[in-house]
Design a protein around this ligand. Structure first.
Ligand code: ADP
Length: 632
């Protein structure tokens, strides 16, 4: 008997046997192979053949290259169409010529045997998943944990399973949470995303997120939990860093705001003297300044006013950017605001030889919901730019309309120099003056930046169309605010009533000015000297001022806020709490123009809050209002 021949025949006919070359390409396949694996096998790669569904091929080549034998489960589409399960083995051999060959054998196996392989995979996944997994019994004792759990908590298995309770791996705060949640969980059968702080064997802690489901028996009794823990350390760190960054940003913002406030105070105080005395000098009749001196004076005033505007705009922008600008929206009649704005801009247009036109708005123009003061500020900015950047004998028009999508749009169009398309993007950025910085037209380059932020804060949009040499159209759009006619608030123009300062009987009023700065005191003295109906008392500190107020009962007190010793807010508290002085109207005069100071002043009981530098007209207005009240 030729045993070799017999063996060869048996192998060919009954074994799944493949021989592949060094690259894994099948050179030979036994007859049985084709029956079991189906199709023509020669010429295919081992990978392609074995990598059917469920094949564990990742380790094939590393194992073979290391000279080892690979064994694994393989699922292939069987000849009948359904899956056929094989257990495969591949190992390297040298043929008689010394060439590297791979021999693969496979044995058909039952599904159960195949599943065993799957189970091993699942067990490996359970043990090494990137989450900590555990089970607790009814009393909260830990019955089972995975390897990841042990790694995270710093224990070995024997110290944990059946030994520790969940309490042992929690901080006391977290254990309190667990005590409350566990009975509810056993009742409900699941719990999601509870945050616990876990305590490792070495006492260190880490934050984790736990979700769990309960396993119950047929009678619905709780048997054990199946829980997964996610390590939140990285997320918590990121959150902490974010919170810290926010705290730092808030602190920086506050510091910036405070810096700006005190800076503006420091700048406004000397400006107060410069502008105030320059104004007085212009009014001085004894002797009258020469035309040339008046010309110089005009430069001083213009420069001072420009500086003041710059300070105000920087402050305003800083306030808006730090989110501190209070916006109080109300239903606003667009046409009324347009009328006011064109009245305000009238003198400026006239002085530059530009005509202003207010186009009749469409009938039934809806109201909008905006902050009225801020809305006029926006239109004043558009309007003054349209006048400034216009040509001689140019035109500016205000047009209100309703867009196709129902928004209310106001367009300010001019016949001015226009803006090249490639520079229009810079328009709404602060300090961009688009070449005007070298020209003769005064500006700060901040106005439009403020406009855009304000409009967006109020829920609107801004935009521009412009043709160089022809003119520009700046527009602003807000959603229409529909109300019933009865609700229509009257938005008549608010022009301050300006009354005559002289009293009918030639009575003289007593004003008390409490101020420590000698230049400001002198300025007020000079100013009131030009208003003949006022007699002025002055005090350099709040303490003296309060005494004078009690003794002389002035008709009005003008109070500086930043005083040595008692400040203006404390002083008004004294004045308002004493029966002799309670009724005297008090006007605040302060270099601080921050919004919150204004609000605080209102609450403190000031009749008016004027900011330095003093605008003589404004002070006159405030005094005349009070005089009118006294006469009434
Ligand atoms: P300012 O006028 O104080 O410089 P703005 O922010 O209001 O600052 O405007 C920024 C720049 O945009 C101006 O310097 C000017 O170059 C340009 N600009 C604004 N409005 C117009 C306009 N109607 N026509 C032409 N250029 C304009």
């Amino acid at each position: 008997m030729d045993v070799d021949a017999l063996l060869a025949r048996v192998l060919r006919q009954s074994a799944v046997l493949l021989v592949a070359d060094a690259r894994g390409v099948v050179l030979y396949a036994s007859e049985r192979s084709s029956e079991v694996m189906g199709g023509a096998l020669v010429g295919q790669s081992l990978e392609a053949l074995f990598a059917g569904e469920g094949g564990m091929m990742d380790e094939l080549w590393p194992t073979l290259r290391a000279g080892g034998t690979w064994t694994g489960a393989i699922a292939r589409k069987g000849p009948s169409g359904g899956p056929s399960w094989l257990r495969g083995t591949v190992f390297p051999v040298r043929d008689e010529a010394g060439e590297l060959r791979f021999v693969a054998t496979a044995t058909p196996v039952s599904r159960a045997a195949h599943l065993e392989g799957d189970l091993r995979d699942a067990a490996s996944l359970y043990e090494h998943a990137p989450y900590a997994l555990h089970s607790l019994d009814e009393s909260g004792r830990i019955t089972r944990v995975n390897t990841t759990w042990l790694l995270w908590m710093g224990y070995v298995r024997d110290e944990v399973e059946g030994v520790l309770s969940f309490e042992d791996v929690l901080t006391s705060e977290s254990y309190a949470v667990f005590l409350e949640a566990f009975p509810v969980f056993k009742e409900r059968g699941s719990v999601r995303d509870i945050e616990f702080t876990f305590r490792r064997k070495d006492g260190s802690t880490f934050p984790g997120l736990l979700s769990s489901t309960a396993i119950k028996d047929a009678s619905g009794r709780f048997v054990r939990s199946r829980a997964v823990i996610l390590d939140l350390s990285a997320r918590k760190r990121a959150e902490d860093e974010l919170a810290e960054a926010k705290r730092a940003a808030d602190a920086a913002n506050k510091a910036k705001s405070e810096f700006l406030s005190s800076m503006s105070h420091e700048l406004r105080t000397p400006l107060n003297a410069i502008l105030g005395f320059a104004q007085l000098l212009g009014r001085d009749k004894s002797p009258q300044l020469t035309a040339r001196q008046l010309g110089y004076l005009k430069h001083v005033l213009r420069g001072g006013e420009h500086l003041l505007q710059l300070i105000d705009e920087v402050l305003d922008l800083a306030r808006i950017e730090s989110g501190r600008v209070p916006i109080s929206v109300e239903p606003v009649d667009v046409e009324a605001v347009l009328r006011e704005v064109s009245v305000t801009l009238g003198p400026m247009a006239q002085s530059r030889g530009v005509t202003l036109a207010l186009m009749p708005p469409p009938p039934d123009l809806p109201q909008i919901r905006v902050d009225r003061t801020r809305f006029s500020q926006v239109l004043l900015n558009f309007g003054s730019n349209a006048i400034k950047y216009n040509r001689a004998a140019g035109h500016v028009s205000f047009i209100a309309s309703v867009t196709a999508s129902g928004e209310v749009r106001v367009t300010v169009s001019d016949t001015g120099i226009g803006i090249p398309a490639d520079r229009q993007a810079e328009l709404f950025q602060p300090f961009h003056r688009l070449g005007q910085e070298t020209g003769s037209i005064e500006g700060t380059g901040i106005g439009l930046a403020i406009v855009k932020r304000l409009v967006e804060l109020m829920g609107g949009r801004v935009g521009v169309h412009s043709t160089p040499g022809k003119g520009s159209e700046f527009w602003v759009e807000f959603p229409a605010f529909e109300i019933t006619p009865e609700e229509r608030v009257s938005s008549a123009p608010r022009t301050p009533a300006h009354r005559d300062l002289a009293s009918p009987e030639g009575r003289r009023y007593k004003a008390l000015y409490i101020e420590d700065n000698p230049a400001n005191l002198a300025l007020m003295q000079e100013l009131l000297a030009t208003l003949e109906s006022f007699e002025l008392l002055t005090a350099p500190t709040a303490e003296i001022g309060i005494e004078l107020a009690r003794a002389h009962r002035p008709d009005i007190v003008v109070l500086d806020i930043n005083l040595p010793g008692m400040n203006g807010f404390e002083a008004i508290e004294h004045l308002k709490s004493s029966p002799e002085t309670r009724a005297i109207p008090v006007v605040a005069l302060s270099a601080s123009a921050m919004e919150r100071d204004l609000r605080r002043a209102e609450q403190a009981g000031f009749s008016r809050y004027l900011t330095k530098p003093v605008k003589i007209e404004e002070l006159e207005g405030a005094l005349s209002d009070l005089v009118a009240k006294l006469q009434a």
